[in-house]
Design a protein around this ligand. Structure first.
Ligand code: NAD
Ligand code: ZN
Ligand code: ZN
Length: 354
């Protein structure tokens, strides 16, 4: 076991402390890694809209005790390792694979820890969504298995890839057979996930990308990152998509908002044999039954992505094809970042730099 450098006694952390209240910056003890664990000195933590959803849940729906240190997109440098950890070294620059699983069930064995079959039984929760997260000066990672080397990339500019990259990557990868040249993809919501999703579609497929959003600024960002068309997401959007596709409709729709108005658009603009992927957790749904969607439309709602896919996302980023647009904030400014995200004002992803 390596000897750590001098660690401070306490650190700043951004915590969701009580149901119905805004996150707060507090001073808490620096955690020390137990056997098999790794302590990271955090270099960057992304701010995801899912946190806002979680913080709006009533007390009986919150599946973890409060206070909770937020941050499920994390990057850091290994600061101390627990007993038995010999696959990472002090000073290694890494990012955290967030959807922690047991590591041994059949889904985990396939690298799909996001679909761990025993997480509930074993009470395994992701950092920032149950376990203490990355919005702090230090964080514990439960196993070196959940660390991926940064390989020279900038942690601040790439930490959103751990979720805002991985989640769209997984969704796009499963629709790849439909995203041939001549196909059309619709991306609803050009925010954190959507603006990376557009770039992934351009880098990975030959599809034409139509982006929808309610904000002109987001549509400008969508065009800047490669959308061929960017349209206001309203009642006319479906007709416009039909027009742009010669009546055929979209071959794949990725809904990064997931509220009833957007899932309705997704359902209506999806063409025959298309995929509709609902990523946003806004309570919208698409009914499947004869006549509700175009023939053989596949509707799915995935969660995050696999460990191997996260490695693929970072390999892709290393090739220079993906630029995450980031706004940076200090830990003290994190509550302001959440306010801006809530007001749809963040351009790309907000990233906390401790
Ligand atoms: P974000 O706030 O960065 O982006 C959302 C975007 O949607 C913004 O650009 C906003 O202007 C736009 N928008 C809002 N209402 C709209 C509407 N009616 N029509 C079109 N556009 C609209 O959020 P994010 O962090 O990218 O997260 C997006 C969604 O994905 C959230 O619901 C989040 O909880 C969810 N999410 C799901 C997973 C998963 O694994 N399924 C993972 C991460 C995030
Ligand atoms: Zn998230
Ligand atoms: Zn498992």
């Amino acid at each position: 076991m390596s000897q750590p450098e001098e660690l401070p006694e306490t650190m700043k952390a951004v915590q969701y402390r009580e149901v119905g209240t805004a996150p707060e910056v507090v001073e808490i003890p620096v955690p020390r890694p137990g056997p098999g664990e790794v302590l990271l000195k955090v270099t960057a933590a992304g701010v995801c809209h899912s946190d806002i959803a979680v913080m709006s849940w009533p007390a009986e729906q919150v599946p973890f005790p409060l206070p909770l240190t937020l941050g499920h997109e994390g990057a850091g440098v290994v600061a101390e390792v627990g007993e038995g950890v010999d696959t990472v070294r002090l000073g290694d620059a890494v990012v955290v694979y967030g959807p922690w699983g047991c590591g041994t069930c059949v889904k985990c064995a396939q690298g799909k820890e996001n679909y761990c079959l025993r997480a509930e039984e074993l009470k395994i929760l992701p950092p920032g969504l149950g376990a203490p997260g990355a919005m702090a000066e230090y964080m514990i990672v439960d196993s070196p298995r959940h660390l991926i080397p940064l390989g020279g990339l900038d942690p601040v500019r790439t930490v959103p890839l751990t979720d805002a990259g991985l989640t769209p990557y997984h969704a796009i990868k499963r629709s790849m057979p439909k995203l041939v040249p001549g196909s059309t993809s619709v991306v609803i919501g050009a925010g954190g996930l959507g603006h990376v999703g557009i770039q992934l579609l351009r880098a990975m497929t030959g599809t034409r990308v139509i982006a929808l959003d309610v904000s002109e600024e987001k549509l400008a960002l969508a065009r800047e990152v490669g959308a061929h068309e960017a349209l206001i997401s309203d009642d006319e959007a479906v007709g416009r998509i039909r027009e742009l596709t010669g009546g055929r409709g979209a071959d794949a729709v990725f809904d990064f908002v997931g509220v009833p108005p957007t899932t309705a658009i997704a359902q209506q603009c999806a063409g025959v044999e298309s995929d509709v992927t609902i990523v946003g957790i806004g309570g919208g749904s698409v009914e499947v039954g004869f006549g509700t969607t175009a023939y053989e439309t596949v509707v799915t709602a995935p969660y995050w992505g696999s460990r191997s896919e996260l490695v693929e996302v970072y390999d892709l980023a290393r090739g220079g094809d993906i630029t995450v647009h980031v706004e940076t904030y200090t830990l003290e400014e994190a509550p302001k970042a959440y306010e801006r995200l809530h007001a749809n004002e963040v351009r790309g992803r907000a990233v906390i730099v401790p």
